[in-house]
Design a binder for this molecule. Structure first.
Ligand SMILES: [Ca+2]
Length: 200
């Protein structure tokens, strides 16, 4: 967060401090990082750590993943979803229902994935029969999705099947997303929208 900025739930705040002993001698400067957790308008918070997290919440909850490369399990009834900084993934959408309807409806906003909520700071949305089982960066690597130089790269899954770029791009209010598809990998078909600015 920049000096003078507004704190939001899930933000990390860093403090530098010194202690002074009873002789008045100051210690070296130390640093402490805390996460903002207070939001008086929303008591149902699920917060990530400053590392890489997997977050699966309940209907009505707000998810603030914070720093790190986080994986959030989709629930259309979340109140809010905010991936925070890092590269963040929304998994668990079913291609035959929500995701399919979403990408076929000329969407304007990722918010349309949610019944009443809002979403921001999500770099990659994954739909597929087994995508609810993608709960770690290792799981993502097994289906050919890797983080390389702070970008999201699509290679081959653990069975050697390659991701393909379908050529479709969706312009949403949060930017342009590229539609990627993994057709017949051992994990089953996966469909992805990835933010063009975070795609390797
Ligand atoms: Ca994050």
């Amino acid at each position: 967060m920049l000096p003078g900025g507004v704190c939001n739930p899930g933000d990390d705040l860093s403090f530098k401090y010194q202690v002074v002993d009873d002789q008045g001698a100051p210690s070296n400067t130390a640093e402490m990082t805390v996460m903002i957790v207070t939001d008086p308008t929303d008591p149902n918070l699920l917060l990530g750590t400053s590392g890489d997290d997997y977050l699966a919440g309940q209907a009505g909850e707000s998810i603030y993943a914070g720093a790190g490369n986080d994986i959030i399990l989709f629930n259309k009834d979340y109140a809010h979803v905010d991936g925070g900084s890092g590269l963040d993934f929304l998994t668990g959408l079913q291609p035959g229902s929500t995701f399919g309807a979403f990408i076929n409806s000329n969407p304007n906003s990722l918010d349309e994935l949610f019944t009443n909520g809002s979403v921001k700071n999500i770099n990659c949305i994954i739909a597929g029969l087994t995508s609810g089982q993608l709960t770690s960066l290792t799981d993502l690597a097994n289906v050919g999705i890797d983080i390389v130089n702070d970008k999201i790269a699509f290679g081959t899954d653990q069975f050697g099947t390659s991701w393909t770029n379908t050529g479709n791009t969706y312009s949403l209010d949060s930017g342009d997303y590229v539609y990627m598809h993994l057709s017949t990998g051992g994990a089953g078909d996966l469909h992805v929208l990835v933010h063009v600015d975070t795609m390797a």
